[in-house]
Design a protein around this ligand. Structure first.
Ligand code: SAM
Length: 198
């Protein structure tokens, strides 16, 4: 699947007065992560060498992982010219060989499904490390489907807000009202969650 790469004016030129394309882009939930969010995590947590970024966007997290010396397998539902496009993570049947860690900022609307699916395909002891809005901690259904299993091992909460920029446009989106944290889920873990401020 190839995503739209034109600018704002070309979208309107192509679609007359409609902003439908803009809405479609949002429907794929492309909000790039400020790589400093990952730098901060890596200062507090030892990450495995081999990592699967299953919703890589244009590679903001992958490039930072690579800079930090990690090997990364990168896929996304949309072909954005980075990693392997056309891969629906929710249909991925197994982890890449020798890999026991998934790290991503998943599409907001499929957060619960991404967590459940990651825990399904990870080996025992494997980790799903997701950058999520802290509001995701609440909710009866999510509690029943995920948190009641005791799999949320650690939470790394940002003391200052970080930015996830729509369509990777960090020039326009310089600040954020969202509180994010890195959620570390471990398959097979059943215990209390450790909270760290970073
Ligand atoms: C919030 S963006 C994050 C991009 C990147 N991980 C980052 O942090 O910069 C979410 C990404 O999930 C992708 N996505 C949406 N649904 C997906 C699916 N079912 N399988 C894989 N990727 C998906 C979108 O195309 C988008 O690139």
């Amino acid at each position: 699947m190839k995503d739209w790469t034109g600018n704002h004016s070309s979208q309107f030129a192509a679609l007359g007065s409609s902003n439908h394309t803009e809405l479609e882009r949002e429907s794929n939930d492309f909000y790039a992560t400020d790589p400093r969010a990952l730098t901060a995590l890596a200062e507090h947590m030892k990450l495995p060498h081999l990592i699967y970024e299953c919703a890589c966007g244009t590679g903001h997290l992958v490039k930072e992982l690579t800079r930090l010396g990690h090997e990364v397998i990168a896929t996304d539902l949309i072909d954005r010219g980075f990693g392997k496009g056309g891969v629906n993570f929710l249909e991925v049947e197994s982890m890449p060989e020798n890999c026991d860690c998934i790290l991503t900022n998943p599409p907001y609307k499929f957060t619960t499904e991404f967590i459940e699916h990651a825990l399904k395909i990870l080996p025992k002891g494997g980790k799903a490390i997701f950058l999520l809005n802290v509001n995701i901690l609440a909710g009866k259904s999510r509690f029943q489907r995920i948190y009641s299993r005791g799999v949320l091992k650690e939470l790394y909460l940002f003391s200052s807000r970080i930015v996830c920029a729509k369509n990777g446009d960090f020039e326009t989106y310089k600040s954020s009202a969202v509180n994010y944290a890195w959620f570390v889920f471990e398959k097979g873990f059943c215990g209390s969650t450790l909270l760290h401020w970073i």
